[in-house]
Design a protein around this ligand. Structure first.
Ligand code: 13P
Length: 251
């Protein structure tokens, strides 16, 4: 039985005091709830260390939003996997569509990042998803297949067991347009089938596949009740403790 995983991707939001405030509200808001899922927050780099201190005694786990694949050196502006690990991160989001489209990350770069994260004992939340044009041209499954086979190239079965995949249709991100539960389920089932063919039935059945794209308190329950949807990667709605907690409760 797969445990659901709800992660909040804060993106480029919340300075230090706003981060402290949001985390304190999440900790106190969840203290009286029976939480049946794993909960992760992914603040910006500048808040990670403080978030780690605040989250020490809570059930909430810490993740980062990106990293570079080199160990260290002359890579101005980049952050390494070991720096994230050292700051208390357990997870790292990789291959987010905003990284792919705005910052030009390719499947090959994402593959290197996934490998480095795993070597450094960080658990990757590996994002895939098609654009609106790709969906309308009916090539969604081809795009997902390419992103997954390239992104997971030379990743062993043992490593694959540590990866979460997040399906985030680009057209649903920050637009208020959610994929219908059926649209999302269809792609999730496709991803699970693909992982089964690349690895094994056992690995595919254990794999956590999150949905992301305008997840809100009022649509979370229905999305999360689909057979192959094992959690959510939440953007906008994770910036307010009330709505993030409602989504956690829906899981
Ligand atoms: P929204 O929930 O704001 O659509 O963002 C989704 C997302 O990109 C999470 O990584």
């Amino acid at each position: 039985m797969r445990k659901k995983v709800i992660a909040g991707n804060w993106k480029m939001n919340n300075d230090l005091s706003e981060s402290q405030n949001l985390i304190s509200k999440l900790i106190s808001g969840l203290s009286n709830e029976k939480v049946n899922c794993d909960v992760i927050v992914c603040p910006p780099f500048t808040s990670l260390s403080e978030a780690n201190s605040l989250l020490k005694k809570s059930i909430i786990k810490l993740g980062a939003q990106n990293m570079y694949f080199e160990e260290n050196g002359a890579f101005t502006g980049e952050i390494s996997a070991s720096m994230l690990k050292n700051t208390g991160c357990e997870y790292v989001i990789l291959g987010h569509s905003e990284r792919r489209t705005i910052f030009g990350e390719t499947d090959q770069v994402i593959n290197k990042k996934i490998k480095k994260a795993l070597q450094s004992n960080l658990l990757p939340i590996f994002c895939v998803g098609e654009s609106l044009q790709e969906r309308e041209s009916e090539v969604t499954n081809d795009i997902i297949k390419r992103q997954i086979t390239e992104g997971l190239k030379n990743i062993s079965s043992a490593e694959m067991q540590k990866i979460i995949i997040a399906y985030e249709p680009v057209w649903a991100i920050g637009t208020g347009k959610t994929a219908s539960p059926q649209q999302a389920e269809d792609v999730h089932a496709f991803i699970r089938g693909l992982v089964k063919s690349l690895y094994s039935n056992e690995i595919a059945e254990e794999l956590v596949i999150q949905y992301g794209g305008s997840v809100k308190p009022d649509n979370a329950k229905e999305l999360l009740s689909q057979k192959d949807i094992d959690g959510a990667l939440v953007g906008g709605a994770c910036l307010k403790s009330e709505s993030f907690i409602e989504i956690i409760k829906a899981a």
